[in-house]
Design a protein around this ligand. Sequence first.
Ligand code: AN7
Length: 369
Amino acid sequence: MNTPNPTPTPKPGSRQWRGVIREYADRLDVTDATPIVTLGEGGTPLLPAPALSRRTGADVWVKFEGMNPTGSFKDRGMTMAVTKAVEHGAKVVICASTGNTSASAAAYATHAGIGAAVLLPEGKVAMGKLSQTIAHDAKLIQVQGTFDDCLDIARDLAANYPVHLVNSVNNDRIEGQKTAAFEVVEVLGDAPDLHVVPVGNAGNYTAYTRGYREDIAAGNATRMPRMFGFQAAGSAPIVRGEPVRDPDTIASAIRIGNPASWELALQARDETDGYFGAIEDAAILEAQRILSAEVGIFVEPASAISVAGLLERAAAGAVPRGARVVLTVTGHGLKDPQWALRTADGSDVEPTVVPVDTAQVAAALGLAS
Ligand code: AN7
């Protein structure tokens, strides 16, 4: 029972973004008959980050994907995956998730009037994402294993039961996500020299490479950026060259030991003269703080690894002066807000408390002479 998906008829001059499928219909596998399921995803800000430019000597921009409807880049792929699922007559979509995919699948399935079943690693999903998944009325199952175990089961179920898989092994997801590269090129007028993304399943790394490749073929961009991808040190199978059985990092979104798009990612790295690196959790949290306190963008830890990765590469002398760099930050800080409430040594941040008294507030703020 699919809800109708009316095409908006905006007044002339209306500038509401129409979601990535309508905005890029000519570059995606859709027709006039496709029942588009959108929550208005995409069209996210690409923001200059002077503090990061100062720190690195590069010209740094941040693609803030936390501004998508469910707070992560997953919405770009999910609008496409759920649209195609509905087009194929699916009644239930299924995914394994570290949290953001499930939040997105739940929201888009609900909007389409179909069901969502999600498999999450028990106790390993940030509260905001769990809350979203429940709020959007998904059938939520916590599996006593890792994300990788969940993905194995989701693939099994999709092969044997009437459920439609919307993990990024589904090419529709990659197709939707490639639109982020189109947006970057539109705003900057060309591709950047260097593009940095966090890596879990490496679907997004693959999707950006595809988007840039298509933009070059279409004459919109003149160059392929070097694609840099970063994994958490405790969960870095691509960097180590072998699956990680029990991946461990505070960046729960990318706690993935056996990436689904591993082969595609290695091809993309070779095509772009790219790079994969590993970053320790402490450096991830430090980068999260730099981005929130010096640039004004709050992201979840997995997303901050783009910043940490750039800082690490710059310190290693691997980022040319003046290079134009785009960092994709994939998920909003409100998804997993607890980390900002801790100091670097792990103790809780204690807000100052004062009585109802202007003079004491002034003194606490350091305003008193
Ligand atoms: C914030 O939600 O895999 O390398 O199940 O949530 O394309 O997998 C999330 C991944 C980066 C990694 N940043 O992207 C899931 C899931 C955030 C993420 C990634 C994820 P891919």
